[in-house]
Design a protein around this ligand. Structure first.
Ligand SMILES: CC(C)(COP(=O)(O)OP(=O)(O)OC[C@H]1O[C@@H](n2cnc3c(N)ncnc32)[C@H](O)[C@@H]1OP(=O)(O)O)[C@@H](O)C(=O)NCCC(=O)NCCS
Length: 172
């Protein structure tokens, strides 16, 4: 890997990020959305999320290969120190340490904001299959998250029911 850069997102990243994400929407159960957002919708989401929380992309040799962001868990005031985290990499760039780098930078930014609790939801099925691996669960465990909830058969996609596991990391 020649040059890896992690930087803040801009709305001009919408096209590339929607390309990365649409694979997970259309071909996998990683995302519980059925329809991939258009570039325009992605632009709107970037604007809304990055106005409040860190939203970062990773570039390798000038090409965006993944992104990460934090989002509100709930609008109720008592949750002000709790966020959700989301991360998606181009499927050709897994297991190269990019996810770790993005999550570490995200955490650094969230600590500075005074955020304490990170929550990540991961689709889950007992046996890995054509639409879902255990990558997200294993990744989150490696990144210091603990499983705190296991909701059974809450998402239906491709005519199959999927569980959702929630992982939590408490920033010291
Ligand atoms: C989950 C995802 C972000 C992981 O990113 P990645 O770049 O492949 O992960 P990394 O290479 O940085 O791995 C970080 C650590 O997790 C471990 N890890 C990652 N995937 C793993 C797996 N499937 N099984 C076991 N360990 C795994 C690595 O070994 C590494 O450990 P180490 O740093 O102690 O050596 C990536 O697979 C992805 O984009 N998946 C599809 C989208 C998704 O599932 N997003 C999460 C839902 S919000």
């Amino acid at each position: 890997m020649d040059s890896m850069v992690i930087r803040d997102v801009t709305v001009d990243d919408a096209k590339r990020l929607s390309e990365i994400y649409s694979y997970y929407v259309e071909k996998t159960a990683v995302s519980f959305e059925y329809d991939a957002p258009t570039e325009e919708e992605f632009r709107t989401r970037i604007e809304r999320i990055s106005a409040k929380y860190p939203y970062l992309v990773c570039e390798i040799d000038g090409k965006v290969v993944g992104y990460v962001y934090a989002g509100k868990y709930s609008p109720r005031s008592a949750y002000n120190w709790t966020v959700t985290t989301s991360i998606y990499l181009d499927r050709n760039y897994h297991r190269m340490g990019i996810g770790r780098k993005l999550y570490e930078e995200l955490e650094k930014r969230l600590r500075k904001m005074g955020i304490i609790n990170l929550l990540a939801g991961a689709a889950y099925c007992e046996e890995e299959e054509e639409y879902l691996t255990h990558d997200s669960c294993e990744f989150h465990k490696k990144m210091g998250y603990s499983e705190v909830a296991h909701m059974k058969k809450v998402g239906k996609k491709f005519d199959r029911w999927y569980d959702l596991k929630w992982y939590q990391k408490v920033l010291g």
